[in-house]
Structure formats: structure tokens, C-alpha cells
Design a protein around this ligand. Structure first.
Ligand code: RB5
Length: 147
């Protein structure tokens, strides 16, 4: 498993917290920045992570901005990406188990560090259930190609 993380300027501290959590857990990751607090545009970072996940270069992506909303909107424009904006561990578990989400979006101005760590842990440790959910995820793929 290899996790690719990125944020915008409004998500740097939470992203760093999540990097620390991955290090503690011994999970392979790559931190795609940004490394300074200079104002940046969240679509640039959302697209970078989304393209890597869609191409199979990363197993899962993690995106942090102020609310997580902008990141999730952009990520879900990318074919093959199923991004879930989560504020609770329950949502993170369901996003993996039922939706086979492959990008987790978080808002630094919404969730605290401890909650975010729990959300990340739930996202990483939950597998897609498949079964009745498989045909629904397939319909997401069809919606992507049909518009
Ligand atoms: C940046 O101020 C903020 O707009 C951005 O981080 C994010 O919340 C957008 O959805």
C-alpha cells in the first residue's frame, strides 16, 4: 500500500499530522506538498493526487484543504477516482466498504487532528465489501464514461 498526500495552504498542518500518523503506522507514503505556506490553488494538488491514483501509481490518495470540499469536487472530476469527504470514522469506513473510495478528503478547518487521525485509520483499515456494492461501483464507472 502506498499513500499519496497533498493539501493546499489551508491544509498543511493537518496533512503533516497525517504524515506523522502514517510514519507511526509504518505505511509507505509520498508527500506531494506544498512545503511552504504560500497561497496555492487546491485544484492543482487535487489533480496531481487524483491522476496518480487513477493511474495506479498510488493505492490511495489523501487530500486536505480548508473544508475538504474543493479537493473532493476536483478529485471526483477524474475518471477512476472516487473521492469521499469525511468528517467521521463511520463515513470513512462506509466510503471504503460500500463505495470503494480511493481518495480521502479532509477539511483542516472542520476536523481536529485527533478526529482526522481516526478517520484516516478507518479509511486505511477498511476493505471494499464487493458483493451487492460491486454493481453500484460499476454504475459509477458507467456514469463517468456516459456523462
Ligand atoms: C482556501 O482559502 C480554501 O478556499 C480552500 O482551502 C478550500 O477550503 C476550498 O474548498
Amino acid at each position: 500500500m502506498r499513500i499519496l498526500l497533498a493539501s493546499d495552504h489551508a491544509g498543511i498542518e493537518l496533512r503533516q499530522e497525517l504524515v506523522a500518523a502514517l510514519k507511526e503506522r509504518g505505511v509507505a507514503y509520498e508527500d506531494a506538498g506544498p512545503q511552504t505556506r504560500e497561497s496555492v490553488d487546491y485544484p492543482d494538488f487535487a489533480s496531481k493526487v487524483s491522476r496518480a491514483v487513477a493511474a495506479g501509481e498510488a493505492t490511495l490518495g489523501v487530500l486536505v484543504c480548508g473544508t475538504g470540499i474543493g479537493m473532493s469536487i476536483v478529485a471526483n472530476k477524474h475518471r477512476g477516482v472516487r473521492a469521499a469527504l469525511c468528517t467521521t470514522e463511520f463515513e470513512a469506513r462506509m466510503a471504503r466498504a460500500h463505495n470503494d473510495a480511493n481518495v480521502l478528503c479532509l477539511g483542516q478547518r472542520v476536523v481536529g487532528a485527533g478526529v482526522a487521525r481516526g478517520i484516516l485509520e478507518a479509511f486505511l483499515s477498511t476493505a471494499f465489501e464487493g458483493g451487492r456494492h460491486e454493481k453500484r461501483v460499476q454504475k459509477i464507472r458507467e456514469a463517468e464514461s456516459q456523462g
